[in-house]
Design a protein around this ligand. Structure first.
Ligand SMILES: NC(=O)c1ccc[n+]([C@@H]2O[C@H](COP(=O)([O-])OP(=O)(O)OC[C@H]3O[C@@H](n4cnc5c(N)ncnc54)[C@H](OP(=O)(O)O)[C@@H]3O)[C@@H](O)[C@H]2O)c1
Length: 248
């Protein structure tokens, strides 16, 4: 079976590292992104230059029609999806909960929760043996924030990851007899652009001394856990979580 992977938010950070590693492992790769065409093209070009097969598809996963178009495009250009990494996620300026308005909450939840649900829906329609598919695997990119709560920073973001964790548990059981495994990784403090979006670009270095391993993590260290969960080496593993957080 040809393995076809969709990685939401594959243009940068953890998603880009996952795209490179998936290509190394023989997957045909869809790099989804929202705005940054240049970054997505750079990932895809590097994979294709190294003999892999990758395409970049712009789609805002918070918009249902975009998600449907994304998966239809993957069908026609790469083939039936066998792996989904629900990686795209956002956070906004660090602040306390009393400063959050509905617009911000809806933006964060729309990408981090609704987007992940919609992508899982489209993947299951194609993977599930119930729908005549070959099976597959889904990995949700959650966060240690789901259990730490991100007080004073972004409780909204942390709560969105809590929702993703619950989706992981429920969906894993829902599709367990249909050839689909659903798991999640919970990264901790990883060197990517996301911290600048919270107004704290040096967050990982600021916090690292408080971590048991006294260092931040690299995107590739998260990608390795994701690829293990997707692989047949994890064939009896579903509805579970791998913490990639240096012991925090
Ligand atoms: N970095 C950490 O320390 C850390 C820790 C725990 C969990 N995580 C989680 O890991 C995941 C990846 O984080 P990261 O740090 O690698 O982030 P990042 O460097 O900020 O990259 C975010 C990626 O998501 C894409 N994206 C954002 N909103 C999207 C949308 N609505 N539709 C489609 N794509 C969208 C971006 O596309 P564009 O390039 O087009 O903007 C980009 O590719 C997130 O779910 C995050 O919550 C990260």
């Amino acid at each position: 079976m040809e393995n076809v992977i969709v990685i939401t938010g594959g243009s940068r950070g953890i998603g880009a590292a996952t795209a490179y590693l998936a290509a190394d492992r023989g997957y045909r790769v869809c790099v989804n992104y929202r705005n940054n065409h240049e970054a997505a093209s750079a990932v895809v070009d590097k994979i294709n230059q190294q003999g892999g097969q990758a395409i970049a598809i712009a789609a805002d996963i918070a918009i249902e029609a975009d998600v449907v178009t994304l998966f239809n495009t993957v069908d026609s250009r790469l083939g039936n999806v066998t792996a989904l990494v629900n990686n795209a996620g956002i956070l906004e300026q660090q602040t306390r909960l009393e400063n959050l308005d509905a617009d911000r909450l809806n933006r964060v939840f729309a990408t981090n929760i609704t987007g992940a649900f919609l992508c899982a829906r489209e993947a299951i329609k194609r993977m599930s043996t119930r729908h005549g598919g070959p099976g597959g695997a889904i990995v949700n990119v959650s966060s240690v924030a789901a259990r730490l709560g991100a007080p004073g920073e972004y409780v909204d973001y942390a709560a969105s990851k809590g929702a993703m964790d619950t989706m992981t548990l429920g969906l894993a059981k829902e599709v367990a007899t249909e050839g689909i495994r659903v798991n999640a990784v919970r990264p901790g403090f990883i060197y990517t652009d996301i911290h600048a979006d919270g107004g704290d670009p040096n967050r990982v270095d600021r916090i690292k001394e408080s971590l048991p391993m006294k260092r931040g993590g690299q995107a590739m260290e998260v990608a390795q856990a994701i690829l293990w969960l997707l692989s047949n080496e994890a064939s009896y593993t579903t509805g579970t979580f791998i913490e990639v957080a240096g012991g925090r």
